[in-house]
Design a protein around this ligand. Structure first.
Ligand SMILES: [Zn+2]
Length: 551
């Protein structure tokens, strides 16, 4: 007996040393077992990474600078797929994977079965709650992975709450996942709505928020720059040929007469001004109070996707004074939010992250005037030439649709004609590679069967979903545009200006620091999961970056 006991003690000692060694990650893991009361995820729609630094001198000490200086900043965070649009971006942040797995391959996509197309969050089986329009016929049902919102709730047996807010439907529905609540802006009625997927009627706090009718208040005065416009030396002349205007406006210059344009277009134009951000932050405070977020032992998640920076960016482009003013004002709203968190929870109890859903290119005409290579890819001409070429080879036109830089072939027709699909895909890709403005094209067959080392092809592969994507994926040259639109800007490419994003962590257990280690936007969800000690989303393929924060 005695001998066995000694052996057992020795075994226990060895085991204890082994466990201690494997737990030796600098600080004791179990000190971090307590989880944040609240996670606040901020997605700034179309925020380029460089906006942190371009407008730095105009930011206060307590907004974006506080996130950077007191939090942890990843300065080399990217989207690892194409296309870089809002739907795929939001899905990737919250599912921790890419369109290949979460299935959100665009804001809308072609349907082979019907020849029609689907919108990313459309769902005809549900109806609008909060207005009489059809803008609420939406749900997350086309997404193929759970989100971090779902996992936090599942892990805590649904005691946790997840609330997602955005002006855009897809900016809240995808982050909220399948079990969270989502609210978005009815762009016709200028009010916040949801759908019967979530609730049969708006909760009291949402009704009360809508009754304040903030859009009417915010468009009752002109949009002027927050600080004297002559101090905005980081941006080009206010009056220039590269920017769009409000309907009824002669030139794209301050002050923007919001009351007049609201008369013309309705209070929805709040979304096209920085006051759309103010509006959404007001709703965030109402949600925290109304849902009592962060008030019990179960971690809650609030996601705030700011859509106005995207609307403004599209109209004016990254070099504009309008975009500069938008970020200077957003900085003030972030300062307010951080003060609110300090006051109501304490910084150490709330985990905040800030990122974006894609970047944006500079305006093509602006670049052309500076001799930087750019161009306009002519999609309809290229599509016609492609059909013609394939008809010459096969004696019939096998192209069903060309959209969003994807070529869909008519697979039934190709089968009937006894032609090999892979061969047609290859011929289409070879043709596209010669089209003016195209930089690369790869077949679905190759995307399914090849391990790429080239980052652009990897991005094509991670954006490719076998059941939803086309037969050939192509991309145009850097700074080339696939639309003839020459005012403002757009995004969607696999290039640095579209794939690089801000990524800031702040609060709770986050030390001050920064890193240029490569991380991906699809790494965010598993990082949150590790901070909150919950499982990764079901389709997660990203890797957590927690160790980079503490090393
Ligand atoms: Zn977007």
């Amino acid at each position: 007996m005695k001998v066995i006991n000694t052996k057992l003690v020795a075994l226990a000692l060895i085991l204890a040393v082994f466990i201690l060694k494997s737990c030796n990650t600098g600080e004791n893991k179990f000190e971090h077992y307590e989880t944040p009361a609240l996670v606040v995820g901020i997605v700034v729609d179309q925020m380029r990474h460089d906006y942190i630094y371009r407008y730095w001198d105009h930011y206060g000490d307590d907004g974006i600078k506080r996130l950077v200086n007191e939090g942890f900043s990843f300065d080399n965070a990217k989207f690892d797929y194409m296309p870089t649009f809002t739907g795929p971006g939001h899905a990737s942040v919250f599912t921790g994977t890419t369109p290949a797995v979460h299935g959100i391959i665009g804001n809308s996509w072609y349907l082979r079965e019907s020849g029609g197309r689907t919108y990313v969050t459309e769902d005809a089986s549900v109806s609008t709650v909060g207005s009489d329009s059809d803008e609420g016929e939406m749900s997350p049902r086309l997404m193929l992975s759970s989100t971090i919102s779902d996992e936090i709730r599942l892990h805590n047996n649904m005691h946790s709450k997840a609330v997602a807010l955005s002006l855009k439907d897809r900016g809240s529905i995808l982050p909220g996942g399948f079990t969270g609540d989502a609210y978005w802006f009815d762009y016709g009625e200028a009010t916040m709505i949801t759908s019967t997927y979530y609730h049969d009627e708006l909760p009291d706090w949402v009704q009360e928020f809508n009754e304040r009718d903030l859009p009417a208040e915010y468009v009752s005065q002109p949009w002027e720059t927050l600080y004297p416009i002559e101090t905005y030396t980081e941006s080009i002349e206010d009056d220039n040929p590269y920017e769009g205007t409000f309907r009824g406006q002669d030139s794209p210059v301050f002050p923007h007469d919001l009351p007049a344009y609201a008369e013309e277009s309705g209070n929805r134009i709040v979304a096209n001004s920085p006051f759309g951000d103010k509006y959404l932050f007001e709703m965030a405070y109402a949600a925290i109070e109304g849902e009592q977020l962060g008030r019990d032992e179960y971690t809650d998640l609030l996601s705030i996707s700011l859509s106005s920076p995207d609307h403004i960016g599209h109209r004016y482009g990254p070099a504009s004074k309008e975009v500069q003013d938008t970020y200077i004002r957003l900085d003030r709203e972030i300062a307010r939010l951080l003060d609110y968190i300090d006051e109501h929870f304490g910084k150490e109890n709330v985990l905040v992250f800030l990122t974006s859903d894609h970047g944006a290119a500079h305006n093509p005409e602006y670049l052309r005037d500076l001799n930087i290579p750019t161009g306009n890819y002519n999609r309809s001409e290229a599509s016609r030439a492609l059909s013609q070429r394939l008809e010459e080879i096969y004696g019939f036109d096998p192209v069903a649709s060309v959209r969003s830089r994807q070529i869909f072939l008519d697979r039934d027709l190709i089968r009937q004609q006894n032609v090999r699909l892979e061969q047609v895909q290859r011929d289409a890709a070879v043709f596209m590679q010669q089209v003016e403005g195209v930089n690369g094209a790869v077949t679905a067959d190759a995307l399914m069967n090849t391990s790429f080392t080239d980052p652009l092809k990897q991005r094509a592969q991670k954006g490719y979903n076998a059941q939803r994507s086309g037969d050939v994926i192509y991309w145009v040259k850097p700074q080339w545009f696939t639309s003839s639109r020459s005012l403002g800007t757009t995004h969607g490419s696999p290039y640095s200006y579209d794939v690089r994003a801000p990524l800031l962590w702040y609060g709770w257990d986050i030390p001050a620091g920064y890193s240029t280690v490569p991380v991906f936007i699809s790494d965010i969800a598993s990082t949150v999961a590790n901070f909150v000690n919950v499982p990764y989303p079901s389709g997660n393929t990203g890797d957590p970056m927690n160790h980079h924060i503490y090393e």
